[in-house]
Design a binder for this molecule. Sequence first.
Ligand SMILES: [Zn+2]
Length: 295
Amino acid sequence: MSRVPMQSVLVFLCLLTGCAAGPETAAISEQAIFPTPAATLPSPTPTTTPVRPTPTFTLTPSLSSSPTARDPFRVTPATIMMHRSNANFDSVLFLQELVAILKAHSFHVITYREISANPAITTIEQGRLAIITIDDISLQYPMAPSVEAMIEILLEAGYPAVLGIVTEGVNPDPLVVSRLRQLNELGWEIATHTDQHSNLGLMEQSAPRYIFTEISLSQDKIENAVGVRPITLILPEGQMVNDRTQIERAGIVWIVGINGGNSYDSTRDSFYVGREGPSGTAALTFEIMMRRFAP
Ligand SMILES: [Zn+2]
């Protein structure tokens, strides 16, 4: 019986399953700037494409201990973007259903900070990772009941989330602060969503150096209140800048938008990654996420 080296098999599997997207993907995603997030939400699609099964192969520890054997391009974990409920959409019910689906498919829900602490995880567990983000949480005003309810669902599920905090104002709400401190200790990630929820893409055209101020001011306020300095920026309105110098200057590692960013170049100083918003039901959204983030 002929023996094929394990690494060759793994590299071959990797090619087959698309462990790495080409450099073109990243180049497009970083420059893709769209005027409104609403225009980019995928329209509901027919359900003719089956949900991809979770990959069953396992990468061996020997591969993970040899970084040169891995492609620098990594697939972004399947990422959902949540906001509070509104008159037309029940975020709590949606998230409850999505959590059940993630559980059924044995997904590992992580945070961006966790990838920074363990960069190989996006290779080793590719196709089985998910990230849940909740945007527009004010440091100064009480959390919306639906946001509190989503947090409870995730706590019960044992899943951490990434919380996008808007810091505008000078009087942090003590209840919000203690909640964020508690969640941070449980491994949740506190991300900056800027100080005034400013569209950084527009700001770049008029006053690019304010991008740094808008982010660092928010990091200062979060650090003072919660005790942790964010390394993740959730872009207001999903608007990316062309030149990320000011963002990197603020010490941001993860730049989270909406469009593109289905993969990222792990050799860079900062990473642009995208997210999927809810599209109708949790089942349909999960299908879209699988097509997008599990190429
Ligand atoms: Zn927002």
